[in-house]
Design a protein around this ligand. Structure first.
Ligand code: GDP
Length: 340
């Protein structure tokens, strides 16, 4: 994948330094920590996050006795894996009634689902070009599709089952309404309508002359009256973070009290994605992030840094331009991928 190429070679270096010792010492892990640090910073991981990670790895490594049959190198990699997992929210609860699929390994992707007459409302925010409109369509498709239940898994062939579990796309069978509240670019509304049509999801729009807060409110009202259980609101993006954008988001948020406010951020921006998440959170209050373009040649810094910098979990990742190319975020899977 290449996101952390340097990290894999740093870890190979580690083996030589331990030279078959039974216990890792301050001295024996120093060179390893140094190479790992360089690799993390090269991958555009935020400095404080990298430092915290390394402190954790050091603490864990020094406390470990090397068990029989396991090399010091393997132990070091395990310490690294555990720290990455913690840093990305691997300790988060698995959701259960909130929409997690207990038969699959726990993702951070739990999205509110409400029983009764009120639809769950998901607000999407983000800078222009981050992939927000695409993410709205992807999320609608994800929530619309039927959940994979254990009976279905039982009926699958070995290969189908492992593919399904590998793609880990628990499906939900929801009735979703998309709301076009980006009133500054007529093209954005049209883009959402085309997307909606392609996945057979209705798109609610009031054109460009209406206040976004009113559009969102009217969409939720429509959803209530017509039996939609989930509303995804696509809000305006801007080139830069500005007070107008934040103020508008606060107003939209106030008008519909969303269950989730997700910031869509571009993985290609590296650790800047993490500081962006933190500033949106302090200005508007968000519940998590959708990290897009993870299929591109990003250096991985965003995935590792977002939660450490902002305190907010990544809930989904975009892995391509197609509407089906959205996956719940699994910290364990990402940690394995990073370690190569
Ligand atoms: P918005 O301005 O934030 O609404 O951004 P768009 O949804 O219009 O997306 C901007 C560009 O990024 C489009 O060309 C999308 O096809 C592309 N894009 C969005 N998500 C992904 C992704 O996960 N992977 C890749 N490779 N491209 C993406």
């Amino acid at each position: 994948l290449g996101m952390f190429d340097q990290l894999s070679s740093a870890l190979t270096e580690v083996a030589q330094n331990f030279g078959g010792k039974q216990r890792m010492t301050e001295n024996s892990i120093q060179p390893a920590l140094k190479s790992v640090r360089r690799a993390l910073l090269d991958a555009d991981v935020n400095l404080e996050v990298a430092t915290a990670l390394l402190d954790g790895v050091k603490r864990r490594s020094l406390g470990m006795e090397v068990t029989k049959g396991v090399t010091a190198e393997q132990q070091f990699v395990k310490a690294m894996y555990d720290e990455l997992l913690d840093m990305m929210g691997g300790d988060a609860d698995s959701g259960g009634a909130m929409g997690g699929n207990p038969s699959l390994q726990s993702p951070t992707a739990t999205l509110a689902y409400k029983e009764g007459s009120d639809p769950a409302v998901i607000l999407l925010a983000g800078l222009q070009g981050a992939g927000k409109t695409t993410a709205a369509g992807k999320l609608a498709l994800y929530l619309k599709e039927r959940e994979v239940d254990s009976t279905a898994l039982d009926l699958m062939s070995e290969e189908e089952r492992s593919q399904t579990l590998a793609s880990r796309m628990p499906k939900r069978n929801r009735k979703v309404l998309l709301a076009a509240a980006d009133v500054y670019r007529p093209a954005a509304i049209e883009q959402l309508q085309i997307l909606g049509k392609s996945i057979d999801v209705e798109v609610f729009s009031m054109g460009t002359d209406e206040d976004p807060a009113n559009i969102a409110k009217a969409a939720v009202e429509k959803a209530k009256n017509e039996g939609f259980d989930t509303v995804i609101v696509d809000t305006a993006g801007r080139q830069v973070v500005d007070e107008d954008l934040m103020e508008e988001l606060r107003r939209v948020k106030k008008s519909v009290s969303p269950d989730e406010t997700l910031l869509v951020v571009d993985a290609m921006t590296g650790q800047a994605a993490a500081s962006l998440t933190a500033s949106f959170d302090s200005a508007v209050g968000i519940s998590g992030a959708i990290l897009t373009k993870l299929d591109g040649d990003s250096r991985g810094g965003a995935a590792v840094s977002i939660r450490g910098v902002s305190g907010k979990p990544i809930k989904f990742v975009g892995v391509g331009e197609k509407t089906a190319e959205l996956e719940p975020f699994f910290p364990d899977r990402m940690a394995s991928r990073i370690l190569g």
